[in-house]
Design a protein around this ligand. Structure first.
Ligand SMILES: Nc1ncnc2c1ncn2[C@@H]1O[C@H](COP(=O)(O)OP(=O)(O)OP(=O)(O)O)[C@@H](O)[C@H]1O
Ligand SMILES: [Mg+2]
Length: 356
């Protein structure tokens, strides 16, 4: 029975060692996951989250602490926390509100369009005044929240005007096309319980651009609703409504994000397919097509120098005569804008670059 005792002792030792190993392994992991948790805690502190968002982030962090790192849930929580700490909750650019400077930028980027530039300058001037006078009344805020909508055929400068406005203000620029969007979740995201959930395109764009006050262009707003599920305009209306968009709720984040400092600008090719409630919110600025004369001048002053530069050519290496440009416009393009004209000029520059 002494032999039996020896054997039992050995077995017991083996068992204890195995257990110790398991505990050590667990302790090792624990150290690692503790480091992960501390890292997130620091990031949450630094990200400047508003109170509600911070509470939610810390709540998820607490869950992370109790979950084994191998579980799929762990990765999901980390992804959520990454979104939360990387969003620009308090990152803004300082507006450059000098109207003369804005006029200069608009002129640098666009030929003519005098009335439209004038309207844009008015828009900027109103913002400037409101900021200086610290506007508070609801009506005035409403006026400030007016969403400009550029309407016109392709290639007349709708998108590039938006970029100019951003440049004039010193804001970042981002855009999102509404054409081809199928349901509300694309704008507002999926709840986290949904497999493969992600924030919607608005929040994605905000994260990408890195500030919470960019100029945000909503392209093809006239294509909205053509293939939508559910109510197409309600999510967009909320985004554009200054009375609501300070508390935009993405389903994935599930906390409010403040969009009220974003400047939204919409573009459309036509008016008649824009849902009426959306149309009500916007101030329409129509851009017609260009005349041949206007196209010629846009080409000479803007498109040719730009395409030369883009192809690494000097101004004296390729010269476009007025007659040549007129011929391109007349015989090689058929459009209201200047997109095809840009392409033709680009093609000629490329051919020239090969020969030089
Ligand atoms: N008045 C103008 N002066 C200088 N460049 C112009 C002018 N109008 C258009 N362009 C140039 O033409 C090109 C096409 O313009 P843009 O992309 O803004 O068109 P769009 O109106 O947004 O078209 P779409 O409806 O297809 O989106 C850009 O490179 C833009 O800079
Ligand atoms: Mg465009």
């Amino acid at each position: 029975s002494e032999a039996k005792e020896e054997m039992e002792k050995a077995q017991r030792e083996y068992y204890l060692r195995q257990q110790l190993k398991a505990i050590q392994k667990e302790l090792g992991e624990e150290e690692e996951s503790e480091a992960v948790v501390e890292e997130y805690r620091r990031k949450i502190e630094e990200a400047g989250l508003p109170e509600e968002a911070k509470r939610e982030a810390l709540r998820e962090l607490k869950r992370l602490e109790t979950i084994p790192p191998h579980s799929p849930e762990y990765a999901l929580i980390k992804t959520y926390l990454d979104w939360m700490v990387e969003l620009p909750w308090n990152k803004v650019t300082e507006d450059q509100l000098d109207i003369e400077h804005a006029r200069q930028v608009l002129d640098e980027d666009h030929y003519d369009l005098e009335e439209i530039k004038e309207r844009i300058l008015e828009y900027l001037a109103v913002r400037k005044l409101a900021k200086e006078r610290k506007v508070t009344s609801e009506e005035e805020k409403e006026a400030l929240g007016a969403v400009l909508c550029f309407v016109g055929p392709p290639g007349v400068g709708k998108t590039s005007l938006g970029k100019s406005i951003a440049r004039a203000l010193g804001r970042k620029f981002t855009r999102m096309s509404l054409g081809g969007m199928r349901d509300e979740a694309e704008i507002r995201g999926h709840r986290r319980t949904y497999v493969g959930a992600m924030p919607g395109r608005i929040i994605q764009a905000i994260k990408r651009v890195g500030t919470r006050n960019p100029v945000f262009m909503l392209d093809e707003i006239d294509k909205v609703g053509m293939s939508w599920q559910g109510d197409p305009s309600s999510a967009l209306l909320e985004v554009l409504d200054p009375a609501q968009n300070h508390a935009f709720r993405d389903h994935y984040l599930d906390v409010d994000f403040d969009l009220s400092d974003v400047i939204f600008i919409a573009t459309a090719n036509q008016l008649d397919t824009i849902p009426a409630p959306l149309l009500d919110r916007m101030e329409i600025i129509a851009l017609d097509g260009y005349t041949e004369y206007e196209k010629l001048h846009i080409a000479k002053r803007y498109l040719v120098p730009r395409q030369l530069r883009a192809n690494g050519l000097r101004e004296d290496e390729v010269v476009f005569t007025d007659d040549a440009l007129r011929k391109i416009i007349r015989d090689y393009t058929r459009e209201a804008g200047v997109r095809e004209l840009t392409r033709q000029i680009d093609a000629i520059c490329r051919k020239a670059a090969v020969k030089i």
